[in-house]
Design a protein around this ligand. Structure first.
Ligand SMILES: NC(=O)C1=CN([C@@H]2O[C@H](COP(=O)(O)OP(=O)(O)OC[C@H]3O[C@@H](n4cnc5c(N)ncnc54)[C@H](OP(=O)(O)O)[C@@H]3O)[C@@H](O)[C@H]2O)C=CC1
Ligand SMILES: CC(=O)N[C@@H](CCC(=O)OP(=O)(O)O)C(=O)O
Length: 345
């Protein structure tokens, strides 16, 4: 059994992790932490979590945690994770960090979006946790920077085609939409019911913090630096995310080559599903699963490719992918403890 701790269990991704680890056949939930609910049970915080009365939130005390856990999920805000990770690694605790603190290799790119990084040395050691594309590095890693939710929905469709030279690095556009749980559990005006309900709006146009993350990863897999146009929108839904991505193909690309490339990269992957020609994803089809569904439309005349992807932002976009990464780190099958098929909704 893998002994697991979850820091930030009182947040939206933290509580998803609690549910996943509690049902995981090879992992045991040994500790949960919260900043403001210390001493309270998960049932006190989330009345729907019946049966978790004995799971009491504790302080993030690394010495005490190191006696009982092998791995910790950090469902903490950016900048908070980096205060703890160096000591966790020194105490032989493996880390899957859901914040942005260890997603970058280039500290300057991190700092362009999040300001000062205080544990830059560890960026050389951390591995980007996009499970399907970084599996070999994740296997050998003690520190995984779990990808952002928008980056997951954008990189999964783009990376295989970019790596194989089938799309042009210039002029890629992603028009993306997220449910409100993407903003986390703490209160904010834009996540207020009356602001989000029955509405739909773009936000952080031209300056969203995920743009440098997406560009860094795309550029690492491209012949030339990539600078994507990324526009996020807020959907009046609790959970779910969709990205509609536009790219120009290269001269060598054909419909057949594009589909075969996806098949080569994802044919054996349990959680990435390329839909048949003419079929497109829906948020309702991936909600509650760790899946990323992808549908494509290729216009031979204009040489324009449209890729549409859908994920559950709290699962493949956060807690589900984090558990998939833990499975890979500990030599388990990716699917262990994760859903490919929705339960009753
Ligand atoms: N929501 C999403 O869809 C996604 C989120 N992420 C990332 O995952 C992380 C968690 O997100 P999410 O669950 O949405 O956030 P929430 O705001 O819902 O939860 C944040 C958690 O962090 C705890 N916390 C806050 N400040 C501190 C602190 N100074 N010290 C210790 N604990 C602290 C909170 O504890 P308490 O409330 O008890 O004070 C809470 O448990 C973030 O980095 C986020 O960007 C990544 C992908 C998708
Ligand atoms: C709707 C909403 O506000 N979404 C968040 C992104 C989700 C998230 O948590 O970002 P990370 O994946 O980097 O942690 C945002 O736009 O900042």
């Amino acid at each position: 059994m893998i002994n697991v701790g979850i820091a930030g269990a009182s947040g939206y991704t933290g509580v998803e992790l609690v549910k996943l680890i509690s049902n995981h056949p090879k992992a045991k939930l040994c500790a949960v932490t919260s900043n403001s609910y210390k001493g309270k049970s998960l049932t006190d915080i989330f009345p729907s979590m019946r049966g978790f009365e004995n799971l009491i939130c504790e302080d993030l005390d690394i010495k005490s945690l190191s006696k009982k856990i092998d791995v910790i999920f950090l469902a903490l805000p950016h900048k908070v994770s980096m205060q703890h990770v160096p000591t966790m690694l020194e105490n032989n605790i493996r880390v899957v960090d859901l914040s942005a603190d260890y997603r970058f290799t280039d500290a300057a790119a991190y700092e362009s979006a999040y300001q000062t990084h205080t544990s830059k040395d560890l960026l050389k050691q951390s591995v980007y946790g996009l499970s399907e594309l970084y599996r070999d590095q994740i296997k050998a890693s003690t520190l995984v920077g779990n990808p952002g939710c928008y980056p997951t929905s954008i990189l999964l469709p783009l990376l295989p085609l970019l790596k194989e030279g089938l799309i042009q690095p210039a002029g890629i556009i992603s028009d993306s939409k997220s449910g409100v749980s993407g903003a986390g559990r703490s209160l904010s005006l834009s996540a207020h019911f009356c602001e989000a309900n029955e509405s739909f709006n773009p936000y952080k146009v031209g300056n969203h913090r995920h743009t440098p993350e997406i560009n860094e990863i795309l550029s690492l897999h491209s012949q030339q630096p990539v600078s994507i146009t990324f526009v996020p929108h807020l959907l009046p839904l609790t959970r779910g995310m969709m990205s509609t991505i536009y790219a120009r193909v290269t001269d060598t690309a054909t419909q057949d080559k594009i589909r075969k490339t996806y098949d080569n990269y994802y044919g054996d992957e349990p959680f990435v599903r390329l839909l048949n020609k003419g079929m497109y994803p829906a948020i309702s089809h991936v909600k509650g699963t760790n899946c990323c569904d992808i549908g494509i439309h290729f216009d031979e005349t204009s040489r324009q490719l449209i890729m549409v992807s859908a994920i559950d932002n709290l699962l493949k976009g956060a807690a589900g992918q984090a558990v998939q990464n833990m499975n890979i780190m500990f030599g388990l099958d990716d699917k262990t403890g994760l859903n490919r098929v929705q339960g009753p909704l």
